[in-house]
Design a protein around this ligand. Sequence first.
Ligand code: COI
Length: 327
Amino acid sequence: MMKLFIYGFREDERLYFENSKAQYQFTYDVCYEKATLTNAHLAAGYDCISILSTPFPKALIEAFVHLGITYISTRTVGYDHIDIEAAKALGMHVGNVTYAPEGVAEYTMMLMLMALRKMKLILASMAVQDYSFDGVRGSNLNEKTIGIIGCGNIAQALIRLLSGFNCRILVYSRTEKAAMKPYATFCRFAQIVNESDVISLHLPLSQETHHLINRDAFQKMKQGVTIINTSRGALIDSMALIEAIENGKVGAAALDVVEQETGVYYHDCKARILKQREIALLNSYPNVIMTPHLAWLSEESISEMVLHSIQSCYHYMHGEPNPWQIC
Ligand code: COI
C-alpha cells in the first residue's frame, strides 16, 4: 500500500483524496503548512510527497532525499517553484498535474471583460453609492485585436472562448497549433506587442520568459493597451508595468499573478506592513484589477489536481508510464 504525505493540504481537498483511496490503494497523512526544513521530518517513512506551489529549493529537496523520499508530486501545472536541476542532480523525481484548462481560460475571459469595462471602479463606486458616470466608461471586445502569448492548453481554451466575440486574435507560439488556425493568426512576438489592444500571457515561467514583458516591450505597445496575466507574475517586470501605467501606456491591467506574490498571496496580510511595494502600488490603481492567484480555484480543477497527483504517485510507484513525470 502506497503511503503519501500531503503538504499544503486544504480541507476542500479531503473528499477527493478519500474518494480515490480504494482505487489507488494508498494511505495518507497531511500537513496544512507548506513543506519546509522544519516540517520535512513529518514525511519520514512515506513513499511520496504531494505539494503546492511553494518554493522548493535545493536544500529542501536534499532534506527529503535524506528522509528516503524519491518522488515529489506538485498539485499544480507550473513547476517553476521547484529547483528541477537540483532534483535531477540529487536523484529526486518530480511530477506535476494537469487539470482542464477551461477553468483558468474562463477566469481570464472574465478578467479581460472586467478590465475593459472598468469593473473595479464600478464596484468600488457602487460600494459608496456613487452612481455617476465618472470614470466608468468602458470599451467593447468586439473588433479589438487580442494578442495571446503562448498557445498551450489554456491559451487554446481562451482562443475558443474569444472566437465568439468577433475579435482579431493574434497568437505568438514557438509551435503553430493547426486546431487554432480557424480562429487565430500565428505571428511574431513583435507584431503582438505592436498591434494588440489587449495582451494576455499564457507561458510557463523559465529563464527565457522571465520579464518577457519589460520596459522595452511596453514602449512598443499601443497607447492604452490592456494587459492580462493569469500565468506567472514574473513574466512581467512589475516596475516596468508600474511606469507604463503611470505614464498612460497601459490603460488597464488585470493580474491574477504578480512577481512578488510568494509569501503574500494565500495569507491574510491586513495587519502587515507589506514590503512587496509593487503589489501595494498596483493594487492602489483604479484601472488595475488584482486577484490573489485564484484562476485555478474551481471545484472541477481541485478534484483533478488531487486525482492526478495521486495517479502520478501511483504510476511512479508501480513503474508505469507517467504522463506527469518531469524528471
Ligand atoms: C498551477 O497549477 O500552476 C497554478 O498556477 C495553480 C497553483 C498556484 C495552485
